[in-house]
Design a protein around this ligand. Structure first.
Ligand code: TYM
Length: 332
């Protein structure tokens, strides 16, 4: 492997991706792929922790891969693959299960939120989800994990599990660091700017999807909830306005202060219109390219097969080390 440090991250194919997934994760990955040994996964095994239609899961998995490539992830630079194609993820997850505690998994806020939504149908998989995520990361001796703010707690757990295993045996895993960018790490709902934008929201005006058409994007931003202050400011008292400014800032690279200055003496309608236009132009090529790629199943297959082979090589090495440390008899 090269001298470069390794980054790993993944997204669940649990529906069309949102602007949150794009700004909080993929956009950063595209920049990082130049300087890091990059591995990006589509975590289909995580997606089945809540009920999924098989045909939707298949479609969404390939759609996410198309989104990755259309957003600028280069299959020649980054390893792009599907989690279930590399069995070492599930195998390592099993071992790590035996080094993870019931109490700590029960404290995961995402588990608590999701189990509220799926009451009466809380699977062991949903509970165990963060251990599989730790396996994803630790398998590749990952240095840095670029994610949105909502994954911070899972990342902490991955670090704890890695350290626990290293202390129990001997240094085996790199202890990964989170990479959570300052802007865009928590894109908020357009309808309730105090909660995060999420594809599982019942109100489809609350999120922008990567495959939304320009008219839909404009309509959703026009309806975005703001406040009654009436002046465009960047502060926590105006979370709706702040969210729009953050979205603009993440895409254009301008600072929040510069954006506020530009909108001096202007109204919310203008800020919404400008944000919509910026998002439309950012997402247009991604949507168009994704649609094209999604039709070329053979091309996608070449990418994910090559990705899985590369990932497997690295993953197997770690798994072999782990099996040896815990005392499993080697087959060879
Ligand atoms: P997932 O599929 O929910 O989200 C994928 C990525 O998008 C980020 N994200 C957001 N960022 C900013 N604003 C938002 N509103 C927003 N919504 C989502 C998430 O933080 C994430 O980076 N458990 C993970 C997937 C996973 C993973 C991994 C990630 C599995 N194994 C290993 C990193 C490393 C998840 O459910 O993400």
């Amino acid at each position: 492997m090269s001298e470069k440090k390794t980054i790993f991250s993944g997204i669940q194919p649990s529906g069309a991706l949102t602007l949150g997934n794009y700004l909080g994760a993929i956009k950063n990955w595209v920049e990082l792929q130049e300087d890091y040994h990059s591995i990006f996964c589509i975590v289909d095994m995580h997606a089945i922790t809540v009920p999924k239609e098989p045909k939707d899961l298949r479609h969404n998995t390939l759609e996410v891969l198309s989104n990755y490539i259309a957003s600028g992830l280069d299959p020649d630079k980054a390893t792009l693959f599907i989690q279930s194609h590399v069995s070492a993820h599930a195998e390592l997850a099993w071992v790590l299960n035996c080094f993870s505690y019931f109490g700590e998994l029960g404290r995961m806020t995402q588990f608590k939120d999701k189990s509220k939504k799926n009451e009466g149908n809380i699977t062991a998989g949903l509970f165990d989800y963060p251990v599989l995520m730790a396996a994803d990361i630790l398998l590749y001796q990952t240095d840095l994990v670029p994610v949105g703010e909502d994954q911070r707690q899972h990342l902490e757990l991955s670090r704890d599990i890695a350290q626990r295993f290293n202390n129990r045996f001997s240094p085996t895993f790199v202890v990964p660091e989170p990479y959570i960018s300052k802007i865009g790490a928590k894109v908020m709902s357009l309808q309730d700017p105090l909660s995060k934008m999420s594809k599982s929201d019942d109100n489809d005006n609350s999120y922008i999807l990567l495959n939304d058409k320009p008219d839909d994007i404009l309509r959703k931003f026009k309806r975005a909830v703001t406040d009654s202050v009436g002046v465009i400011g960047y502060n926590t008292e105006q979370p709706g306005v702040k969210n729009l400014i953050d979205i603009c800032s993440k895409i254009t690279g301008e600072s929040a202060e510069a954006i506020v200055q530009k909108f001096e003496n202007k109204g919310y309608a203008e800020l919404k219109q400008t944000t919509a236009e910026i998002v439309i132009e950012e997402l247009r090529p991604i949507r168009e390219e994704s649609e094209k790629l999604l039709k070329d199943k053979e091309y996608l297959q070449r990418i994910y097969q090559k990705g899985a082979e590369k990932a497997e090589d690295v993953g197997r090495k770690t798994l072999r080390k782990v099996y040896k440390k815990v005392g499993f008899v080697s087959r060879y």
